[in-house]
Design a protein around this ligand. Structure first.
Ligand SMILES: *Cc1c(COP(=O)(O)O)cnc(C)c1O
Length: 312
């Protein structure tokens, strides 16, 4: 894999102008057409390690719309590994043709050669247990196993490279949080004068401990728990409208699971005067755009308004 850099762009919105706060976005979503955003960073040193050690397969875990599943499939295809995805939901395996027809994430992962195992939600809960991992190692002896969401020490090391000399100028760095791996890397490479804000995409009281458990090297960070919209992948019309308006005004497409909630939170905090006049904020666009179409399928079934997708 190539060491990567992404551009920083300013976002112009009436709310920002009114409060004299400047908001910028680092376009990690544009790092790679398939292995996008923070998933590229998280895989980078893992792939290098797996290559060096002579593994022939990558094996990982995820839900049916997982950005990490598709990123792993794409990385395997590009860098010469077979890939295995252990997918939550055994019902999806009953009629695979139908599942693939209705699920773009899994369809594309399969196009990149990923082999699936669909397992029940209760088995899936065991995915980090020693006995479950041992069974997988016996079944797939030459597989390098990545945890759900891809977070491990090498992933955090990769995420340390999201910040660089060009990001020194910002007082606040914002990122969406799932497992906490990405923000841990960002904290490590941030400067002491910067404040790192994490916007969880789920109800995650455990996240602060997770991040501390990653032995981050500074305490210049804070979790903002107010913008998860009820939980992981839960969204409402207000968020849909926000994402669509954001695209129409700024030209930057957001995903509904992570970056939409973060930007919603940032703009809400600006409106509530949480940032002083003249503050410069940098938000990390961690990608996830592949998930829009899957979310739109769900929204269509509920007769809800649709999200703008990149193909429209
Ligand atoms: C996976 C993901 C995250 C969360 O990253 P963590 O390292 O698990 O906290 C954030 N944004 C997007 C778009 C993602 O796909």
């Amino acid at each position: 894999m190539q060491a990567a850099t992404s551009n920083i762009e300013e976002i112009f919105l009436p709310e920002l102008r009114a409060k004299e706060v400047r908001l910028f976005v680092k376009r990690e979503d544009a790092l790679h057409p398939v292995i996008s955003g923070n998933k590229y960073r998280k895989l980078f040193y893992n792939i290098a390690f797996a290559k060096k050690k002579g593994y022939s397969k990558l094996l990982t875990f995820g839900g049916a719309f997982s950005n990490h599943i598709l990123a792993t499939a794409g990385a395997g295809f590009e860098f010469g590994f077979k890939t295995v995805g252990i997918i939550r939901g055994e019902e999806l395996g009953v009629d695979i043709e139908k599942t693939l027809l209705n699920n773009e994430t899994l369809r594309r992962a399969k196009d990149y050669g990923m082999q699936f195992e669909f397992i029940s939600r209760s088995d899936y809960k065991e995915k980090s247990s020693q006995s479950f991992l041992l069974t997988l190692k016996q079944k797939y002896p030459n597989a390098y196993i990545l945890p759900e969401g891809g977070t491990n020490d090498k992933a955090i090391q990769g995420c340390e490279e999201i910040l660089n000399d060009h990001t020194e100028d910002f007082e606040f760095i914002c990122c969406a949080v799932g497992t906490g791996g990405t923000i841990s890397g960002i904290i490590n490479s941030s400067s002491k004068h910067q404040q790192v804000l994490g916007f969880p995409a789920l109800k995650g009281d455990f996240l602060e401990n997770e991040i501390k458990g990653n032995k981050v090297n500074k305490n210049n960070w804070e979790i903002i728990p107010d913008y998860h919209f009820g939980g992981y992948a839960k969204i409402n019309e207000e968020l849909i409208t926000f994402n669509n308006n954001f695209f129409n005004t700024s030209g930057v497409l957001l995903d509904p699971v992570y970056t939409g909630k973060m930007f919603y939170g940032i703009v809400d905090m600006v409106n509530k005067d949480k940032f002083a006049k003249g503050t410069k904020i940098l938000a990390i666009h961690t990608g996830g755009l592949q998930g829009i179409s899957g979310m739109n399928n769900v929204l269509a079934k509920k007769n809800m308004p649709l999200l703008i997708d990149r193909n429209i």
